[in-house]
Design a protein. Sequence first.
Length: 188
Amino acid sequence: MNWNSLSYRTKNKYLIVGGLVFLLFAYLLAFSKTVNLYFTNSNLKKKLIIAQEAPEKRRLMEVKSNALKEKLSSYFADSLKDQEHLLEVVSNFCQKNSLLLKEFPNEEYYEEKEFVVGTTELKIEGNFVNLLKLVHLLEQKEAVGRVSSSSFDAVFDNKRKKKVLVLTIYLQTLRIKTDKLKKEDEKV
């Protein structure tokens, strides 16, 4: 095969194939390491930027966590102490305002993710204004939990043969599960 006797079209085909083979060898022998180092460098720069922003992100997360704890602070309670405190607050208010505390059952608990939610149902009988003052006291002034629901019902009292107004209040308190475990460990 004589190079000079080949046509330009055939020469161009050989030249293109030779050029592609040359580029392949050049990439495998020299350029691939540079390309890999470029991508490694890009990844390391991204990680460096993330690492430099980490203290600021941590601070922001702490601020958000503190704000959340502050918002939830009205819900948090210490079980037995708060039940006694709640009974004291409600009974004192009832005595001063001629109300009748009809029901004060124990707090019921259920677990929700990392919290233990306690619910107490109170039933108090009396006139509307004083019952409304009690709701205001429990919602705004006393830290005995959060009033999650309240309802006023007119109920017929068979003993007195008349209708009476009964307020039903549901108070909720939160405990973090880890706190519950610590308290159980302290008792043992």
